[in-house]
Structure formats: C-alpha cells, structure tokens
Design a protein around this ligand. Structure first.
Ligand SMILES: N[C@@H](CCC(=O)N[C@@H](CS)C(=O)NCC(=O)O)C(=O)O
Length: 217
C-alpha cells in the first residue's frame, strides 16, 4: 500500500494514526500540494486533489480519511479494532467521526483561515460564531468522556483517529482548560504510541518550514 499525504494535514494525520494503530506496512508518499508540479501530478491520480489518498495493494485508489480507515480495519486483522463489531457502538463511532470532521476539523480550518489574514480583513463576527459552535461540540465531548476512557467506550476507535489531530490546534485557539475530562483525554492521547509517531513527524515538518530548511513553493 502507498499513502499520499502531508504530515501537517489533519486528515492525513487521521489516516496515519489509523495505519500505525493497525500496524500496517505502507510506503509513505509525502505530497506537497503547494508545489504546482506536485499538485499537477497528483491531480492526474485524483482530480479532486485532496489528501490523504491510499493506493491499495491491488492498485485501486481510495480517497476520504474515514473510508480509508474503514478499509484498513476491514482488511488488516492486526492491531487495534477501529470500528467496533457491535452495531450500536459502531454507529456511535461513525456519528462522532462525522461530527468531528464537520463540526470540529472543518471549523478549525475556517478559524485558521481567518487568523491567517491581516486583522482588518478578518470577519470577527463569523469567527465568534465558529468559536461558539466549537465550544458547544467540545462541551458535548467533555460530557461523553465523563463515562468513557476513549471517545466511544474503552477501546480506541475511528472517532479517536478523527479527534486527536484536532486537539492541539483546538487547545491553542479555544479556552478548553476548564473541561476536565477533555484535559485528561488530551494527556492520555499524548502517551498513545501511534499518536506520538504522527505528532513527531508533524513537529519535524513544522520545524523545517519555520526554520526555512524546507522550501515552501
Ligand atoms: N473529507 C476529506 C477531506 C480532505 C481534505 O480536505 N484534505 C485537505 C488537507 S487536510 C486537502 O487536501 N486540501 C487541498 C485542497 O483542498 O486543495 C477527508 O476526510 O479525507
């Protein structure tokens, strides 16, 4: 298998986490979509031009982080079971996965976009609304975590693969320190071996960009 991804993309991190949890072998294909040549080459593979993209062992191509993780969970028996066998638990996992992608990850992206603009061009009202919605979702997650170790029950699942890449950006952009259960979850996430691998690669990529060691096209 080959994974086309970028270490700083949240949806890529979600799939990397799934791959490490499943102890899967794969060829890493770091793809820089800010480079016009790489973007052009990648768009021939996947015209919607979004990362991550999995090239399966049979050569077929699979986009969309949640679908990739479902594929991995179905085809690889080793490692963590990311979609529970029990149908009700599985539906809760899928529900949280959707909520996290739509109502956290994509909203964080909107906030980050606004913050990358000069102050006078920012839409402060829209930013406040996004922040309020995000706080609502994180309050719900905090309540959920009062009774469960990971997001859905005691086992690490697809829902956690979706949430972990959002945690540090969310703690940077929002005031989440008073959410006790979420803070406990954050500490425990930092100690998860698979996440450490993903976070280390992201930190290295961020440092290379900051120091100018890596040229951003
Ligand atoms: N729903 C997709 C979202 C993928 C996505 O938005 N990827 C971003 C990077 S995090 C991307 O490739 N953006 C490039 C672009 O839109 O040009 C998934 O779950 O994989």
């Amino acid at each position: 298998m080959e994974l086309f991804y970028h270490p700083l993309s949240r949806y890529s991190q979600k799939v990397l986490l799934g791959l490490y949890e499943k102890q899967a072998n794969f060829y890493p294909r770091v793809t820089e979509l800010r480079d016009p040549l790489q973007r052009q080459a990648f768009s021939k593979l996947y015209p919607l031009c979004k990362l991550p993209l999995l090239k399966c062992a049979d050569g077929s191509l699979l986009p969309e982080s949640s679908i990739i993780i479902e594929y991995l969970d179905h085809h690889i028996r080793a490692g963590t079971r990311l979609l529970p066998a029990d149908l009700d638990d599985c539906l809760r996992v899928r529900l949280w996965d959707r909520i996290i992608d739509n109502d956290i990850s994509n909203q964080l992206f909107l906030l980050e976009q606004q913050l990358s603009m000069a102050q006078e061009h920012r839409n402060e009202l829209a930013m406040a609304q996004v922040r309020q919605k995000l706080m609502q979702v994180f309050n719900g997650i905090d309540e959920e975590l009062a009774n469960s170790h990971w997001l859905v029950g005691d086992g690490f699942t697809l829902a956690d693969c979706a949430l972990l890449p959002c945690l540090e950006p969310a703690f940077t952009l929002l005031d989440l320190l008073e959410l006790e259960n979420l803070n406990r979850y954050r500490q425990q996430a930092r100690l998860r071996g698979a996440w450490e691998l993903v976070a280390d690669e992201a930190a290295l990529a961020a440092a290379e960009e900051m120091t100018g060691l890596k040229f951003i096209p």
